[in-house]
Design a protein around this ligand. Structure first.
Ligand SMILES: [Zn+2]
Length: 234
């Protein structure tokens, strides 16, 4: 027949296993975060380049439209030239046409600059997209590894929790409640074997008048100094 103390120690051992699994599970989080952050940086770079490229493409389309418009204007001026009847009209038409030609020349040189920038932007974007693909391919292995570890831990956790439930059922409910309350104060362990006549956790010596109670077989006492459960080990 198992004493309450023995049952409680089994329960504590189960909780230690669960605690270790929780630690392993939370250790996976920074690994996932790191993978996500690296991928996100790459995605952000691609998004920035794509936005820069589409802005440049808009400029390109605008300048192209303007050039077409001004070339039409030159053509119209040309037609007017053919229809002029005097010198004054001819001079005016020539001046207009030359102005339009100068505008077109400026716009064409602007267009060259834009085209060059676009080429560069396309090159950068291509490099970044290649990098992103490489990161994703590389991460596929790492992510599968993390997912595998998580699944293994989850599986072990389910088993450990079942074992814990079974162990807890063998300890009187009031004692389990006391034990859980102590553990909820961020302790991994709540039950300690005494070291001689002192608390195994905080080393406070047990007062003389309590020693005969504490050392009786199977007794579980609360340490008045640190609040853990303790038992005497002969
Ligand atoms: Zn203590």
């Amino acid at each position: 027949m198992q004493t309450d103390l023995e049952a409680l120690l089994v329960l504590q051992a189960d909780d230690v296993v669960i605690g270790e699994l929780e630690t392993r599970l939370s250790a996976l989080e920074p690994r996932i975060r790191e993978l996500d952050q690296r991928r996100q940086r790459s995605l952000d770079a691609v998004a920035r380049s794509t936005a820069a490229m589409s802005a440049e493409e808009k400029k390109q389309a605008y300048v192209r439209d303007k050039i077409a418009e001004h070339k039409q204007l030159i053509e119209r001026n040309q037609a007017q030239m053919d229809a002029v009847t005097n010198m004054k009209q001819a001079t005016a038409a020539v001046a207009q046409m030359e102005q339009a030609r100068r505008i077109v020349a400026t716009e064409e040189s602007d267009l060259l600059v834009i085209n060059r920038k676009l080429d560069e932007a396309r090159g950068i974007l291509h490099t970044q997209q290649t990098e992103l693909s490489a990161i994703e391919a590389e991460q596929e292995v790492a992510r599968a590894e993390v997912a595998g570890e998580r699944a293994a831990i989850d599986g072990a956790m389910a088993v450990a929790k079942q074992a814990r439930d079974a162990s807890a059922a063998k300890v009187p409910a009031a004692l389990v409640a006391k034990y859980d309350r102590i553990r909820s104060r961020k302790r991994s362990e709540a039950v300690f074997a005494m070291r001689g006549m002192s608390c195994g956790n905080c080393d406070t010596s047990i007062p003389m008048q309590r020693r005969h109670v504490v050392t009786a077989v199977g007794v579980i006492e609360l340490c008045e100094a640190c609040g853990v459960l303790m038992y005497y080990q002969a």
